[in-house]
Design a protein around this ligand. Structure first.
Ligand code: NAD
Length: 254
């Protein structure tokens, strides 16, 4: 059967970039419905485009306006999933970077990063786990961490700290939720061509050398992260939990 045959898949931050890649791959791999959760479905926000691409790939696309830092909004997201039969796969992908993220990052910027990348991620996973436990049929949670969660970076001090935290969130939730048949894994993308990279001038000077050091000598595409997520979320990875899988052209291996 297709990797995600008949599954209901949720993707936070699904309007753009890697989240869009995850959403469209899920649809291509047979998902029944893909719920795209992001800040706004304003056409300029990308959500409508993702929903169209999901439908073109053969799944029901549903947009749900969700700020992952807002717990009631996450509860509303899970109610939308319940109406679709319940979330089988939840991709905890929403994340931000901030400019000026060096050793002197301000406390305010650091807390903004923590608010979305850690608090928002935990709240999303908790909402997902609660629904999966209630349904009693297990499930899969897949975080989007980063190579910044595996290696430090002089221009990503706060960001890498939050993504390192996602590594331990993955391991610890895998331990806590495994007995309920809920697998928890993460992907750690390397340099992927998205707006997050394009809109962060502070990161630009670091991108070219990182691509130069990447064994495959190119940036990755959002779909290439989506493929790894689809596999981790699928029954083909039924005995895989608690892992952080680099999807980085080999960058963190060298
Ligand atoms: P992006 O900026 O293109 O997309 C991120 C999406 O998340 C946007 O649609 C945005 O609206 C949404 N979002 C932001 N805050 C949100 C919130 N509070 N609630 C709901 N949605 C919110 O970025 P991207 O590059 O696709 O990043 C996606 C994930 O991948 C992030 O977790 C990021 O840290 C991670 N990542 C990206 C790269 C890369 O090279 N682009 C590398 C490693 C990891």
């Amino acid at each position: 059967p297709p990797l995600l045959d008949d599954r209901v898949v949720v993707v936070t931050g699904g309007a753009n970039g890697i989240g869009r890649g995850i959403a469209v791959c899920a649809a291509r791999h047979g998902a029944r419905a893909v719920v795209v959760a992001d800040l706004t479905c304003d056409p300029a926000g990308g959500g409508a485009t993702t929903v169209d691409l999901v439908a073109q790939a053969g799944a029901q696309g549903v947009f749900c306006a969700t700020d992952v830092t807002d717990r009631p909004a996450l509860d509303a997201l899970m109610r939308v999933c319940a109406e679709l039969g319940g979330a089988d796969v939840v991709c905890v992908n929403a994340g931000i970077a901030v400019p000026g993220d060096g050793a002197d990052i301000s406390g305010e910027d650091f807390h903004r990063l923590v608010g979305v990348n850690l608090d928002g991620a935990l709240a999303t996973a908790q909402a997902a786990a609660a629904q999966m436990r209630t349904r009693g049929v297990g499930g899969a949670i897949v975080f989007t961490s980063s190579m910044g969660g595996l290696r430090g970076g002089a221009a990503t001090v706060g960001y890498s700290t939050t993504k390192g935290g996602i590594g331990m969130m993955t391991a610890s939730l895998a331990a806590a939720l495994g007995p309920d048949g809920i697998r928890v894994n993460a992907v750690c993308p390397g340099i992927i061509e998205t707006d997050l990279l394009r809109s962060s001038p502070a990161l630009q000077p670091t991108v070219a050398p990182l691509v130069g050091r990447t064994p495959l000598r190119r940036m990755g595409a959002p779909d290439e992260v989506g493929e790894a997520v689809a596999w981790l979320a699928s029954e083909r990875a039924a005995f895989v939990t608690g892992v952080c899988l680099p999807v980085d052209g080999g960058l963190t291996a060298v």
